[in-house]
Design a protein. Structure first.
Length: 473
């Protein structure tokens, strides 16, 4: 494993190119600039060797290059998996960054990408555009390969429910492996809730009462990452689905006309706007990053924050010892909800893909197979306080409070899971247009009706844009 200063010649050349030879396109222009050059894009740039039960992809000793997103999970889990890879195969050139698009878009344009990309963060590449331009390798052969721990069980059968579906984009092929298994919801401190003498709210009337009790104690009811307003969707989307049923989210995913004007959407928007109207949102939240909002929450200045289960590790340095972090399902509207209180959004996250034009596609597939082995998956959970997409990998582990809570609400939800697809299918629509409308509503700048109209206009524009590949479910 290369965890030190060694940089192979290929890496040095690529870094020089990324630093000085190309102009980086804006996020909105990514799909128009994604076409590669330099080879046929068939993912066979490095000759494969003989295959076997232990080497199903024919990996040779060719160098493997891995790029990891340097976010809440860090990169130690990847370094540890690389050590396992290096014990059997060649050198691993490891790098990490928060600027995935800035660093890698020029290399994808030139047909010279890393072999594995952890495509996460605010600068994640548009995976749908990459798939459309045949720049992401189909991971079906990974799914059909024998798992690392038991050759009689395929990788496919070792994964948590929904993992494969989240990596599919309108067909049977899986292009993206979402390695973490994330529970989204209203994260809170059990200590803070106890201090105000409240129970976790199950209906919106109860939510307003809890926020009022918090306000009396000098604590805001909510804070959020206003700079990245799509964080609000982690609770707002399942709230919509809980009120109106999964078919409402399906219509939104499918860009159906007037999907955003459904009564369930209106009820959810009006409920969230009431948080702002009543002064229950922490002042300054519209201008906060995810880290700043989490810091305020950790200091007991706000009770709830919409987030995913990576938050425990990401905010660990600033979390008080007595915080007792927990997550609850999104609060429902009332007893007329179409789905039970325990319904939540839980699915694969932290995406990885193997570029089709990588020099070592076989090595990239084997690296992902190693990550999906029990040793790597358990190590991931222990290091970063997150469940992985590997079924049963966390069994028997002593989990921290937040992750214990996440596992409990996931078990309680049973089959009542909602997995919105629009955030992955139409990243710009979700993060910028929809997120921007919700951000302005939560900042008190527009009313729910205007926010709904803006969401619908943006969805309609996407539906009518022939340059954007459409997906349905």
């Amino acid at each position: 494993m290369n965890s030190g200063p060694y940089l192979p010649r290929r890496t040095l050349i690529r870094r020089s190119a990324a630093a000085g030879l190309f102009t980086i396109p804006a996020v909105g222009a990514l799909s128009a600039c994604a076409s590669g050059g330099g080879d046929d894009g068939n993912g066979e740039n490095a000759e494969r060797g003989e295959t076997s039960e232990t080497n199903p992809f024919g990996v040779t000793d060719a160098e493997l290059e891995v790029m990891i997103f340097d976010g809440g999970f860090g990169d130690q889990y990847a370094l540890d998996a690389e050590a396992i890879y290096s014990a059997s195969y060649g050198e691993v050139a490891h790098d990490k960054t928060q600027e995935i698009q800035t660093r890698l878009q020029p290399r994808l344009v030139q047909g010279d990408p890393p072999d594995v990309i952890n495509n996460s963060g605010a600068e994640a590449l548009d995976i749908a555009a990459l798939i459309r331009n045949e720049q992401a390798h189909d991971l079906t052969e990974l799914l059909d390969a024998p798992s690392l721990d038991d050759p009689s069980v395929t990788v496919r059968d070792s994964l948590m429910p929904g993992t494969i579906e989240v990596g599919q984009f309108g067909g049977e092929q899986m292009y993206q492996l979402n390695y973490a298994f994330t529970v989204y919801g209203q994260w809170y401190s059990r200590t803070a809730l106890a201090r105000i003498g409240a129970e976790y709210p199950q209906t919106w009337d109860e939510m307003l009462a809890v926020c009022e009790a918090a306000k009396r104690e000098g604590m805001a009811g909510w804070t959020y990452a206003g700079v990245y307003p799509y964080y609000f969707n982690f609770t707002l989307y399942p709230f919509i689905g809980k009120i109106g049923g999964p078919e409402v989210l399906q219509a939104i995913d499918n860009l159906e006309p007037n999907a955003w004007r459904h009564d369930a959407v209106r009820a959810a928007f009006e409920a969230y706007h009431e948080l702002t109207a009543r002064g229950y949102v922490l002042q300054g939240s519209p201008g906060m990053t995810h880290e700043e909002s989490q810091d305020e929450w950790n200091q007991y200045r706000a009770l709830f924050i919409p987030n995913g289960s990576w938050v425990e590790n990401e905010s660990a340095a600033n979390t008080p010892p007595d915080f007792d972090m927990a997550v609850g399902p999104p609060t429902g509207l009332d007893t007329s909800d179409a789905m039970p209180f325990g319904t939540l959004w839980a699915s694969g996250s932290e995406p990885f893909f193997v570029p089709a034009q990588g020099d070592n596609v076989a090595g990239g597939l084997e690296f992902l197979r190693i990550m999906l082995g029990r040793e790597s998956a358990r190590n991931f959970t222990e290091l970063v306080s997150s469940l992985s997409c590997v079924r049963g990998a966390a069994d028997g582990l002593e989990l921290p409070p937040g992750l214990t809570s996440a596992a409990e609400v996931l078990a309680a939800a049973g089959d009542n899971l909602l997995i919105p697809r629009m955030p992955g299918w139409y990243r710009q629509l979700n993060n910028e247009e929809i997120g921007g409308a919700i951000a302005e509503m939560m900042a008190g700048e527009i009313e729910p009706d205007e926010a709904i109209n803006r969401c619908q206009r943006a969805a309609d524009a996407t539906a009518q844009d022939d340059s954007i590949t459409k997906f349905t479910r």
